[in-house]
Design a binder for this molecule. Structure first.
Ligand code: SME
Length: 151
């Protein structure tokens, strides 16, 4: 089953209407995104809790590591650069942090609030090689902006 992004965006918009609590918004986005597509084996947020430090937020899937400095991993690269990380083969990504040995590819997006401050990153892992496309990245970017630009 692959995500129907039009439906997913509408569902998330309806579920989060009028909400501005960051954790509630993150938990809702994670739940809906994770269950929308069989490629997504781990879906979660890492929050910016201090300069150069990410800590785990709401997620679905197996346990994730609790904290990631901006200097490490795919998540750190997204936080450090402010750029989407579309990783077709995690074994080829220098410094990848393997929370699960089954992960083969990864999509990590920076998350901004309405003041253009980085509040975290959104991480989706797949056990399938080269699972993610630029179309996935573009749709996820639009969903994250629609939800978090209000806070
Ligand atoms: N793979 C990520 C770490 C988070 S776990 O996958 C949930 C990284 O390299 O930053």
């Amino acid at each position: 089953m692959q995500a129907d992004y039009e439906t997913l965006a509408k569902t998330i918009a309806a579920l989060t209407e009028g909400e501005s609590d960051e954790v509630a918004l993150m938990a809702t986005v994670v739940c809906e995104v994770h269950h929308s597509d069989s490629r997504f084996d781990w879906t979660g947020f890492y929050r910016v809790v201090a300069p150069e430090l990410l800590k785990i937020g709401p997620y679905q899937g197996g346990h994730g590591c609790l904290q990631i400095p901006f200097s490490r991993g795919v998540c750190g690269a997204a936080a450090r650069s402010g750029e989407v990380q579309l990783v077709p083969d995690v074994d080829a990504f220098r410094g990848h942090i393997a929370c699960a040995s089954s992960t083969r590819s990864e999509l990590v997006l920076p998350v901004w609030n309405g003041r253009r401050e980085l509040i975290g990153v959104f991480d989706i892992d797949s056990d399938q090689q080269d699972a993610f496309t630029q179309d996935d990245a573009d749709h996820m970017t639009a969903i994250l902006h629609a939800v978090f630009n209000r806070i």
